[in-house]
Design a protein around this ligand. Sequence first.
Ligand SMILES: Nc1nc2c(ncn2[C@@H]2O[C@H](COP(=O)(O)OP(=O)(O)O)[C@@H](O)[C@H]2O)c(=O)[nH]1
Ligand SMILES: [Mg+2]
Ligand SMILES: [Zn+2]
Length: 293
Amino acid sequence: MNELSGIISGTHNNIFSIIDLSSKKEIIALKKKKSDKLAIGDSIMYVPAEQGNTITKIIERKNFIPKPPIANLDCVFLVFSINSPEYSFYVLDAFLGYYSLLDVKIILIFNKLDIANDKDVDALKIYQNIGYETYFISGLNLSNSQKEVFNNLIKNKTVAFIGNSGVGKSSLMNNLFEKNFIKTNIVSEKTQKGKQTTSQTLLYYHSKLNAFIIDTPGYSIVNIALLKNVELDNVFLEYSPYLGKCQYNNCKHISEPNCAIKEALNNNEIYSSRYESYLKIYTDIEKNKNTNY
Ligand SMILES: Nc1nc2c(ncn2[C@@H]2O[C@H](COP(=O)(O)OP(=O)(O)O)[C@@H](O)[C@H]2O)c(=O)[nH]1
Ligand SMILES: [Mg+2]
Ligand SMILES: [Zn+2]
């Protein structure tokens, strides 16, 4: 049996597109076992045949993110616009928390700098102060040095661009790579008559960068409470110097006495917007624990 390697690049019902790893051409395939669950980014083996290609094996995943379902990611570019649509600290913190729990490198992009005011830009600098790798850009007008920085982050990797619709993901990608890099995938051609909206997650191969690049539909919010075993203390990076210093070692930093996090908050060592997000997310998780699905 002549098995070849590929990466899942698109799915629609039970039809898949695959990028063949040696030719880098995109082909259509069906899966052999109905029960196999496949996601964009899955590394697979397939058997080519004139009457149809068949996916025969899924290689063990390095990691998996549930929303959108993507396997084997190295890095996510979380894209927010500073203006139009406006950002919200809570939405930002929910996204950051969600993806930081999934063990994937996060790059934070604040887009539409050209139409942003200084006050908003200053307010968002808290994220680079906390320690996130942060870029303020105008995706419509990237400088060559900015392109170089991004290309170096993407080279030889599998990366996804994630963010609400309208924040400028597609514009950024088409500017960063080449015009119309983000185009219709062959599965969507077959199933949607070539309609060009980012309604699905699609993976593209970039030959110069030897990278797999994933465009995703817009999400307005992600829900950390749906993830299992969330250690919220570790989601808020800036808590780390204070952890273990609260009076109670199971302190939730809500109303306990001698809480190191609350003290840091009162001393302006922790940003109040971040602590407010913490409270909201904590409440969501507690609510979720008491709900039986
Ligand atoms: N002013 C400004 N507008 C932008 C920028 N990037 C994207 N846009 C506009 O924002 C809208 C949404 O962009 P699009 O790339 O489709 O967003 P997506 O839904 O995240 O893929 C379009 O009208 C773009 O022209 C930017 O850097 N500055
Ligand atoms: Mg788009
Ligand atoms: Zn505490």
